[in-house]
Design a protein around this ligand. Structure first.
Ligand code: V47
Ligand code: SF4
Length: 345
């Protein structure tokens, strides 16, 4: 039976950690047995120039002439994609800052050229925030943007930009970003167009456990009305080199991470997967998360800039061999997947 928000909160605050993880693991095993899904992928963070300045973000640069600003051309993006394909990648995860100058056609060409060069790889590209930015640039609706991108080769939308959907917190950490309602409405539109998506939650900063549960409730409600989410990904706030650092200078504890993963598994009964994002939580905690409700590890990754700018000290990439080994070492069964959860033996 489905648990309510107040039951989820009670479990989060009061259940003994081991019992909570065990309950979540039971649910995970009912859904997936001992299987853990992983993907051979690469992130392509195509620019760090961004018109916004979210307080937690250490990645973006507002000024194009900042010596650390970059904006890869299509050739560079294609080269990065080629390197990933050469390593057997099944997914390209393409996200970047909100660049002030590029017209929407630039992003269409980016996807269309990658689709032409690499017909088989899944293109998981552009957060809901980027979709809204493109819609403003092209003076059209997010629905229209998604539909054109789908024709150009878009396979799935990543879950970034959700942060905390509760507007009072969102206003404090990223007030200029699209609202929580707008984020949900882009994902609703994607699902209606049969574009699967993920959902993230940035946690461990100024939000309370109540805000986390309220965030998950909005996602559960949308998934009921408009199914299409594959995975929920709790993102651990990393405190280095950003504006929130003065207020929240430390990363949250392992216990808080495991409680969040476990409650997510118990509460989000209509989400197929809870993902342990090892780049942020570290490999040791990610392994514990696999026994606390998580059924997915993202991914081999190869290159990633957003979390590493904010102080992630996990290595940049794992080989497929190592990925399989670390899952097997936990007594679990590695299953390779792509962005649409097609599996490969
Ligand atoms: O949207 C930014 C977050 C996200 C920080 O869909 C930070 O499969 C922690 O969305 N500390 C991008 N997080 C990453 C993302 C993602 C990752 C893996 C898989 C998927 C998926 C999506 O990173 C941003 C923002 O929420 N972020 N700064 C920080 N200091
Ligand atoms: Fe820009 Fe995304 Fe960073 Fe916000 S989180 S400043 S939208 S790159």
């Amino acid at each position: 039976m489905r648990i309510s928000s107040s039951e989820a909160l009670d479990l989060f605050l009061n259940a003994p950690l081991q019992e909570l993880c065990q309950m979540a693991n039971n649910v995970k095993e009912k859904l997936h047995g001992k299987q853990v899904f992983w993907v051979n992928n690469r992130q392509i963070n195509y620019t760090n120039v961004c018109v916004l300045h979210c307080r937690f973000c250490a990645f973006s640069k507002i000024k194009k002439d900042n010596p650390e600003a970059y904006d890869w051309d299509l050739k560079t993006i294609q080269q990065k994609a080629q390197e990933a394909i050469d390593c057997g990648a099944r997914e390209l995860h393409i996200v970047g800052g909100l660049h002030p100058d590029h017209p929407f056609e630039y992003y269409v060409e980016m996807l269309a050229s990658l689709r032409k060069l690499f017909p088989k790889v899944n293109l998981k590209a552009f957060t809901a925030v980027e979709i809204c930015h493109f819609a403003k640039k092209a003076n059209t609706t997010p629905e229209q943007i998604l539909s054109v991108l789908k024709q150009a080769g878009l396979d799935a939308l990543p879950g970034g930009g959700a942060e905390i959907l509760v507007q009072s917190i969102r206003d404090k950490i990223c007030g200029k970003k699209e609202t929580g309602k707008e984020w949900l409405s882009v994902h609703n539109a994607a699902h209606k167009l049969n574009i699967p998506t993920n959902a993230t939650m940035l946690f461990g900063h100024i939000e309370s456990p109540e805000h986390r549960i309220a965030h998950m409730e909005m996602l559960r409600d949308l998934q009921d009305k408009s199914p299409g989410f594959f995975a929920f990904i709790p993102l651990v706030y990393l405190p280095q080199r950003n504006d929130l650092n003065r207020i929240v200078p430390e990363r949250t504890s392992e216990e808080d991470i495991l409680r969040t993963i476990a409650v997510a598994r118990l509460f989000l009964d209509n989400f197929p997967h809870i993902k342990a994002y090892w780049i942020q939580m570290g490999i040791d905690t990610a392994m514990k998360a696999l026994h606390a409700g998580a059924s997915d590890l993202d991914g081999t990754i190869i290159e990633e800039k957003i979390s590493h700018a904010a102080g992630a000290n996990a290595p940049i990439g794992l080989t497929p061999q190592r990925m399989k080994e670390i899952i097997l070492n936990e007594g679990l069964t590695p299953i390779e997947r792509d962005a649409k959860y097609e599996t490969y033996s």
